[in-house]
Design a protein around this ligand. Structure first.
Ligand code: SP5
Ligand code: ZN
Length: 345
């Protein structure tokens, strides 16, 4: 499968995140992508450099002030104190209910809180360049499919599906799947479906398209009553305004078996068929894997082959976009199993 990689991903290499108030090593590491690229090459998939600029489409899925903040966030951090080059910035205050988010504070950490949904998404020196280059790869992958290629894979990190119109979160900065979906729309697809199979609900993608009828968002994920991102992803979120009926959440309890997960996948596929999508974007998180260190579904590596086979039977032009998956050593096998399963049908 034609695979667009992200040549700048390793510049995004924060060291630690927080778990229950303590610093722990980051789960979302450059090593993850090394494993995926190694598996791709071993199994005969080449790596192609991005050949499109995401800028125009980025402006269709994120707000100008968020993009302006993110692009210069690291320089803003260094401007506070030159010694900050060795320190990761984290937000410490957020504009929750009753507080104003329309006025940008002059204080950097307050701005960081304005544009973040959590304190689990550390910035590093190369974050913007890595995220931008990843969105270029997503644009490139979608264009290739719009030009008639059956399927493509955007092999990138940091992931994207938690990033909303104007915020980062859940290790995500720019929403690569939304960029891919919008690119397909801009190149002739009338109706695009995004199917999110990451363990965590794709709150950012949902929010970006929630009021639109031209993009269907369908997600299978851990029940947000117990699983991150907690505050979105319930079954009663079905879209708003023009987008009523174009959002489908299929939350499953932590501990759900592969058999039950595949039942939900059948339901998801039926909804996509019923919608009449003419192109498909897969938010391909591999953290539904039984060995994932931060997730609690039970898919085996062989189940990812089955997933790819089932997606191929949708018979839609398909763009795969890498999201989460933190069992790094198995990530390559699991991701490429999906792609090979797809191509074997
Ligand atoms: C793209 C994606 O998969 N983002 C996931 C973000 C999850 N952030 C919360 C991580 C919580 C880590 N909990 C550690 C439990 C260790 N036992
Ligand atoms: Zn995830």
């Amino acid at each position: 499968m034609i695979t667009f990689h992200n040549p700048l991903h390793s510049g995004h290499a924060p060291v630690h995140e927080f778990f229950r108030g303590e610093r722990v090593p980051c789960f979302e590491t450059p090593t993850r992508l090394d494993y995926v690229q190694e598996a791709l090459q071993l199994r005969g998939h080449g790596l192609t450099a991005p050949d499109a600029d995401c800028r125009p489409v980025l402006a269709e899925v994120h707000t100008p002030r968020y993009l302006a903040f993110l692009e210069s966030a690291w320089q803003q951090w260094l401007a506070l104190d030159a010694a900050n080059g060795d320190v990761q910035p984290f937000p410490s205050v957020w504009p929750v209910r009753t507080l104003r988010s329309d006025v940008e504070p002059l204080n950097f950490v307050a701005r960081l809180g304005l544009y973040s949904m959590d304190n689990g998404t550390p910035l590093a020196a190369g974050t913007w360049a890595a995220a931008k280059s990843g969105a270029d790869a997503a644009t490139s992958a979608a264009r290739r499919v719009a030009q008639g290629t059956r399927a493509s894979f955007c092999c990138t990190r940091p992931p994207g599906h938690h990033a909303g119109p104007d915020f980062m979160g859940g290790y995500c900065f720019l929403n690569n799947a939304a960029v891919a979906a919008q690119t397909l729309r801009n190149h002739g697809a009338q109706r695009v479906a995004v199917l999110d199979v990451d363990y965590h609900h794709g709150n950012g993608t949902q929010s970006i398209f929630y009021g639109r009828a031209d993009v269907l968002f369908v997600s299978i994920h851990g029940d947000p009553r117990t699983e991150y991102p907690f505050y979105l992803g319930h079954a009663d979120e079905t879209g708003a305004g023009d987008g009523v009926g174009c959002n489908v959440n299929l939350p499953l309890p932590a501990g759900t078996s592969a058999a039950t997960w595949f039942d939900a996948l059948e339901h998801a596929c039926a909804r996509i068929t019923g919608y009449g999508a003419d192109a498909l974007v897969i938010s391909l998180g591999l953290d539904a894997y039984e060995g994932d260190p931060i997730s609690r579904f039970a898919l085996a590596s062989s189940d990812f082959t089955r997933l790819g086979e089932r997606l191929a039977r949708m018979s839609l032009p398909t763009v795969f976009v890498l999201e989460g998956g933190y069992a790094a050593a198995e990530l390559g096998t699991n991701a490429v199993n999906v792609l090979d399963g797809f191509e074997q049908v």
